[in-house]
Each structure stands twice: as structure tokens, then as C-alpha cells.
Design a binder for this molecule. Structure first.
Ligand code: PLP
Length: 363
């Protein structure tokens, strides 16, 4: 196939594996002999049910999700999870604790306060969110309804390396921007959620992995669609699910399996990010990394140049050279290269070489 693929460093929605797109293209109008597109199948049909359950079982296998967890495919993005979590699990008389590591944590925290009592277990805001707080600096109570963290901070480019042991307190994580990028011990978490549009597939599906025990403590007096139990009891088929997105998710998961699973993907992600961080570190201050070295994200590499003018020039030349999505988030500016699972090594190599050349020409 003669396809022109761009170097896509978008933060989300972001790059998808080419082979998955090509397979979806080949199957688009006649899905596996049905004479229909997967988008046209009834969500109650056997052909769709197979797609749905394959996606679930692949995720279960890839993340070694234990038997006492449910996997849900919801809508509303990770943003709706900010509200559903306190709605379901912040019981009256209890408090929810949040570790503040960036804009997404702030948004999650804001929603919790609409439903009940919530407080900050730690925050790196004063440090411009350059770091992840030390585990020993987290202050929360064993009677809390839950502790919420954001495992990877898409905007600031930081990532948790070691997760807290919360003992009796259910640990809840927004993994939107690093799920499936590295091995995780699911059993440490009571609930994991992620919008699909970075490592999992197209936007429109939100994956939730939830410990069954947590469900038993959920509030009941809330709208049906916003109860986790509604979706658990109906295999995420209470209403019409985002069928095409779930099909694409299943295919992306199949691609991860073909690549050798999460261990192999994690190894590649480390190599990819290293190419770019090495240029930053060896630039004698020409490129200034935003994240503290110990907190660096392997998914979103954030950096500045010495002046806004130089940044503008860098971004405009990067664009001309075919690197897409390298501008920082509109809230903080600067530069950001998102190196999610589907971004090839060659793209990161080409970008790192571009950075070196740009410094030579402008340093
Ligand atoms: N959480 C994180 C860490 C994100 O990066 C994003 C989006 O970029 C969101 C939440 C919001 O996700 P959504 O757009 O699916 O609501």
C-alpha cells in the first residue's frame, strides 16, 4: 500500500497503528461476511457480541486483570468519570482524597467537591507540576472513600513511577494517557479508567476496570446511566455502546499482542522517549525539559526553548518538516512530543535528529 503517513505526535486523539487502520479499511463495508459494516451491525447480534467480548478478553489478558474485576466500555470520556466516581463512591460522612499533579487532577477534584467532601492528599502545583509528589508526602486517612491519582499527566509531562500502597483505602487512577504503555499491577487499584483516544483506539470509548468489591459500596440513589452497576449487570450493553470504537479498540489490543505484549511495548516506549530526552539533556540548556528527571513521562515529553520567539520558530520549522502536534497544550504553551504506543521508533528518531539540527542552526 502506498500510503503517506505523517509523523504524528498529537496528544490525543493520537496515532493509531497503520496495520489496524488498514484492516479496518479492508473490513469497512463487508464485515467478516455479514454484508454490513461493523457500524451497521445490531449491538444485540452475535457478530457484534463477538467483537465486544474479544476486546474485553484481550484487555484482560494484556493487563492480567484478576478475576474479581469487571471491564466496562462506557461513553462520556474520562471527563465523565471525574463525576461518576464521586457520584458512586463518595458516601456521605466520608471524604475523598486527591493527589494533584496537573490540570486533569484539578478537573477530577473539582467534580468530587460537587458531590461531597474532598481534599488534597498532596500537590505539586507550587512546583508548576514538574514532579510527582513523594509517596511519603501523601497525607490521607484510612477512612477515606478513596484516593485518586492521575498516573500520567498529559499536559505537564510527568508520570508516576511507583504507585502508593493505600491499604484499606481504594486507589483510583486516571490512566487515560499511559494505560497499556507499561506493565501495571491491576490488583493495587480499585478502579482504573481511561479515555481510549491515546493508547487504546479512537475517541468515543472509555475503558473502566473496576474491582467487584468496590461496587458493593456504591451509592444507589443516582441516575441509572451513571451507575457502574448498570453497566456491569449488562456487559456494557445496557444501551447502544460505541460499537465502532469498541471494534477498533479490540483491533488495537490485537496489535499490541502481535507486538509481543506490554513488556515489549514498554521496552520500545523507553527507547523512543530516550531518543528525545537525550537530546534535551545533551543540549546544554538549549532545550529545557519541564518535568523533573525522576518524574519524566514516557508518553508526553514537554520542553521549552530559551525564548518564546525561538519556540515559535522551532514549532514552525517542525511543522514544515512534517512533525505534527508538537506544540504544547494551549494552557501552558511550549513544546510537547507525545510518543504513545503507536508512534513508531522512526518518528521519534527523525524528531530527535530534527531537534539536534535545529540547535546547530540556531544555537
Ligand atoms: N485525563 C487525562 C490524563 C487526559 O489526558 C485527558 C484528555 O486528554 C482526560 C482525562 C480527558 O479525557 P476525555 O477527553 O476523554 O474526557
Amino acid at each position: 500500500l502506498d500510503v503517506q503517513r505523517t509523523y504524528n505526535f498529537n496528544a490525543g486523539p493520537s496515532a493509531l497503528p497503520l496495520s489496524v487502520l488498514e484492516k479496518a479499511q479492508a473490513e469497512l463495508v463487508n464485515f467478516r461476511g455479514t454484508g454490513m459494516s461493523v457500524m451497521e451491525l445490531s449491538h444485540r447480534s452475535a457478530a457484534y457480541e463477538e467483537v465486544h467480548n474479544v476486546a474485553k478478553s484481550r484487555l484482560k489478558e494484556l493487563l492480567s486483570i484478576p478475576y474479581n474485576y469487571e471491564i466496562l466500555f462506557l461513553q462520556g470520556g474520562a471527563s465523565l468519570q471525574f463525576s461518576m466516581i464521586p457520584m458512586n463512591f463518595l458516601q456521605s460522612g466520608k471524604k475523598a482524597s486527591y493527589v494533584m499533579t496537573g490540570s486533569w487532577s484539578e478537573k477530577a477534584f473539582k467534580e468530587a467537591k460537587l458531590f461531597g467532601e474532598a481534599y488534597q492528599a498532596a500537590s505539586s502545583k507550587e512546583d508548576k507540576y514538574r514532579t510527582i509528589p513523594k509517596l511519603s508526602d501523601l497525607i490521607f486517612d484510612q477512612s477515606d472513600a478513596y484516593l485518586h491519582i492521575t498516573s500520567n499527566n498529559t499536559i505537564y509531562g510527568t508520570q508516576w513511577k511507583v504507585f502508593p500502597n493505600t491499604e484499606n483505602v481504594p486507589l483510583i487512577a486516571d490512566m487515560s494517557s499511559d494505560i497499556l504503555s507499561r506493565p501495571i499491577d491491576v490488583s493495587k487499584f480499585a478502579l482504573i479508567y481511561a479515555g481510549a483516544q491515546k493508547n487504546l483506539g479512537p475517541s468515543g470509548v472509555t475503558v473502566v476496570i473496576i474491582r467487584k468489591e468496590l461496587l458493593e459500596q456504591a451509592n444507589t440513589n443516582i441516575p441509572t446511566m451513571l451507575k457502574y452497576s448498570t453497566h456491569v449487570n449488562n456487559n456494557s450493553l445496557y444501551n447502544t455502546p460505541p460499537t465502532f470504537g469498541i471494534y477498533m479498540l479490540g483491533e488495537v489490543l490485537g496489535w499490541v499482542q502481535e507486538q509481543g505484549g506490554i513488556q515489549e511495548i514498554a521496552k520500545r516506549n523507553e527507547e523512543k522517549a530516550k531518543l528525545i530526552y537525550d537530546v534535551i539533556d545533551q543540549s546544554n540548556g538549549f532545550y529545557i525539559g519541564h518535568a523533573g528527571t525522576d518524574s519524566r513521562s514516557l508518553m508526553n515529553i514537554t520542553f521549552n526553548l530559551q525564548s518564546e520567539e525561538l519556540e515559535k520558530k522551532f514549532l514552525s520549522e517542525a511543522k514544515k518538516e512534517g512533525f505534527v502536534g508538537v506544540n504544547g497544550h494551549r494552557s501552558i504553551g511550549g513544546c510537547r512530543a507525545s510518543t504513545y504506543n503507536a508512534v513508531p521508533y522512526e518518528a521519534c528518531k527523525a524528531f530527535s535528529e530534527f531537534m539536534v539540527q535545529f540547535q546547530k542552526n540556531n544555537g
